[in-house]
Design a binder for this molecule. Sequence first.
Ligand code: SF4
Length: 333
Amino acid sequence: MRQVANPPNPYHKYSAEYVGEPPDAKLEVFEETATRSMIVKSWSPDLGRRFVVNCYRGCVHGCTYCFARQYHEMIGYGAGTDFETKLVAKINAPEVLRNELKKTRQKIPYLEFSFASDPYVPIEANYELTRRCLEVCRDFRIPVFILTKSPLVTRDLDILKDIECTVGFSIPFLSVETSRPFEPYVPTPEARFRAMEKVAAEGIEVALALAPVIPGYNDNEIPQILKKAKECGASRAFMSLVHFATDSIEEYFLKRLYEKLPTHADKIVNRIKEERNGRLQHRSMEERNKGRSERWKMINDVFELHMRKLGYEKYERLEKPKAEPVQFQQRLF
Ligand code: SF4
């Protein structure tokens, strides 16, 4: 059982400190009925224009590097264990999405499921909100990109087969041993590879998200992950450098890093700083996914070389970035 641990919330004037041991963090699910809109439109210089759907807030997978932790702070929770244990289910998501698409379908080229939570968090097995939203997408013939770490996506193959879609699996570590310190409650890499194989076997396009790369830790696994994913049917791949958008995310990442990997932590921190000009956080959205050192260039060259060797296509987003006004750190839920 985890104990409650949350960095101070920058949106709050006060933060809690416990006298003695903090209480255990208990799983709670809140059902949200006030949802008025399901499609979030955002734009950033590195990713371009996006249309994002999230049926949940918070994620029990608890990846210590997760950039979505900041969105939990915006609704009053903490970026630490609150993000992992206080989940919000938008229970009218499918109806809201359907009504929204009735009015906006012509302006929505595609939808992405992910980025503020995993669309297949375990409670999706009961709520079926992602599944029912995918049914709406099928009805409106709207292309879909899903990014997940969960084999639960294979439950929805019957719908996905009827949609123009790509299923991306985030697999940044090769083994459960390397994954666990950073992805404590995520299905094992092996389970994700098996799910990938199952999705690809249905003729659905599968992409590998080798993200995040944590320099000095998993960069040496890149060739093997690419190879294994290719054997499991992935045809496209992309990678990105670990990044911390806020002080809270950085603080929580470091706390868990020094707890789980005390003898490796300094090396990892120093290697990330090499890529960020002596800091841990990136200075701009343009540089958040990539490094700047000669070592990063070598990591990138290895990635590109193995992509070519294995016959991958580069992952192209459904819609290429367009020059639009920059709006940093938009809410993606
Ligand atoms: S699975 Fe995705 S959304 Fe969930 S904690 Fe991990 S990175 Fe964040």
